[in-house]
Design a protein around this ligand. Sequence first.
Ligand SMILES: Nc1nc2c(ncn2[C@@H]2O[C@H](COP(=O)(O)OP(=O)(O)OP(=O)(O)O)[C@@H](O)[C@H]2O)c(=O)[nH]1
Ligand SMILES: Nc1nc2c(ncn2[C@@H]2O[C@H](COP(=O)(O)OP(=O)(O)OP(=O)(O)O)[C@@H](O)[C@H]2O)c(=O)[nH]1
Ligand SMILES: [Mg+2]
Ligand SMILES: [Mg+2]
Lengths: 272, 290
Amino acid sequence: ILKFDKLNDDTLEEIEELLILSDMGIDTVEEVISKLRERCNGKDDPIEVLKEILKEILVISYEDKEKNNKPYVLSIVGVNGTGKTTTIGKLSNKEVKEGKSVVLAACDTFRAAAVDQLKIWSDRTGASIISQGQDADPAAVAFDAVSHAKSKNKDVVIIDTAGRLHTKSNLMEELKKINRVIKKGIPEAPHDTWLVLDSTTGQNGLIQAKKFKETVDLTGIILTKLDGTAKGGIAFAIVKELEIPVRYIGLGEGVDDLKEFNAEDFVNALIS
Amino acid sequence: SIQNKLNRAFKVLSGKGRISENNVKDAVKQVKLSLLEADVNYKVVKEFINDIKTEVLGEKVLSSFSPDQQFIKIVNEELIKILGEKKVDLSLQNRPAKIMVVGLQGSGKTTSCAKLAYLLKKNGKNPLLVAADVYRPAAIDQLIQISKKADVPVFTGDKKNPIKIVEGALKEAVKNINDVIIFDTAGRLHVDEKMMDELKKIAKITKPDEILMVIDAMTGQDAVNSAKKFNELLELSGFIVTKLDGDARGGVILSIRYITEKPVKFVGLSEKIDGLEAFYPDRMAGRILG
Ligand SMILES: Nc1nc2c(ncn2[C@@H]2O[C@H](COP(=O)(O)OP(=O)(O)OP(=O)(O)O)[C@@H](O)[C@H]2O)c(=O)[nH]1
Ligand SMILES: Nc1nc2c(ncn2[C@@H]2O[C@H](COP(=O)(O)OP(=O)(O)OP(=O)(O)O)[C@@H](O)[C@H]2O)c(=O)[nH]1
Ligand SMILES: [Mg+2]
Ligand SMILES: [Mg+2]
């Protein structure tokens, strides 16, 4: 636990090291350190001032699109292996427990057993699933799911997409196509598109967020695997530069291991 | 000699005969920032820079470079040395040889197991894949489906108990006359004691020739924590670094090499079955330095 009674060069160096080790990135760290220098006077506790600075970066307002849209369409995207499918399982569990009817769209038609994996989550949570199997056109599956939700009066559609590196332009084009086709069913959909980011990711996480935002207009971030030792510090740069809120964090592999993002808890965990 | 005379004249002209702390200050800062941007662990960066400074300070400046340029050239050479100067092959001594594949969740283990099986089969081996991940939904199906592309059989045993599964696989390999067994394990956190104990138990039973930790190329500062722990508990024989077909700089490789000194044996360059390649340290050095 960091504890200093005043701000001097040694203190600043220790704080700088802690923040860099959290994957915050040198640019963001330098901004935080200079803010700390200007705000901290002799009698402040440097750690309390630091926490305030960090919280300010993360707190950002967003619209609750779920409240006024039926069906509410949520698209989940990100690079390979970050925890998208598992997070969808957790989200559908939460929605079903809150009394909502949920449709999962199996739009990862590429990776081995991706559809089987999502099917297990729909069985576990009571969500229904729309799938056309391996190698189907993801856009067709998405359209199918949205049409089904509209006609059956469902509350929520969650779209699982294949993991893809943002450097692969054909795969990023595929995401755009999925959205174009969804809009034929519901022009305002997807109402939210959330990027799932592994909290062990380093500086490449910012590049990922930028590229996905250019492609499909991200409205939120989910940080997974925070039950490990990684701190997810790259979130600061993403929230600050792209003005996207962190909506949820993943804290394990079980269906209940999802928490709504709380800036205070996140900052406390980072500093500890 | 005329060369020496010219060199001495050059030194006087340039006035920078020896590398001093001052005249490489900019290069040091530039390299430090570049390595941090590349996700090299902060503590590794500090040690690495200090090691180089110790080596380089007081050295004669070569007439064809400025001290800054010479410093960066030395950094590049040292990077290559740490990354591992030459390719290290799989060491498959036993009959059958055994390869255990381990790592954090989502790093690319299952895909890499199938890729390894494909590579070994192409090189004349008769591999057996073992589906020892009983936790992740459809993990066994995933390995079975990708293994079809490698045309390698998958042993699934009772699909419930990893210990029983690996024991059964050893017997199956004898029966089938497989000469290599590749064990796919569930992703797990290095801080999950129970799951790390499971790996230790599997290693004790299978006595592997190789224990390869699979690491995602986009991993940041935390990689040293997980790599160090996995190495301490299992005595890794090497690493596979995946998703290098992205644009992550891959500084994680310098960190894990520096901390564990275990070799990177393969890199993943695509999701396809043939997407596993040998690791080239000199190419990686350029990518990390940026
Ligand atoms: N410890 C931990 N593991 C997680 C968390 N979220 C997901 N995982 C695990 O991460 C691994 C990958 O999860 P998936 O849901 O398959 O990831 P994905 O993004 O859908 O993967 P692709 O579709 O292949 O791109 C699985 O082993 C999950 O159990 C988390 O919050 N904590
Ligand atoms: N582009 C790219 N994708 C890869 C590479 N290796 C694996 N992947 C993808 O990364 C994702 C995760 O791969 P898996 O093999 O399921 O990872 P894992 O480590 O077995 O995951 P868990 O068993 O859940 O811990 C999948 O979408 C793979 O297709 C690679 O080298 N390049
Ligand atoms: Mg998935
Ligand atoms: Mg796996």
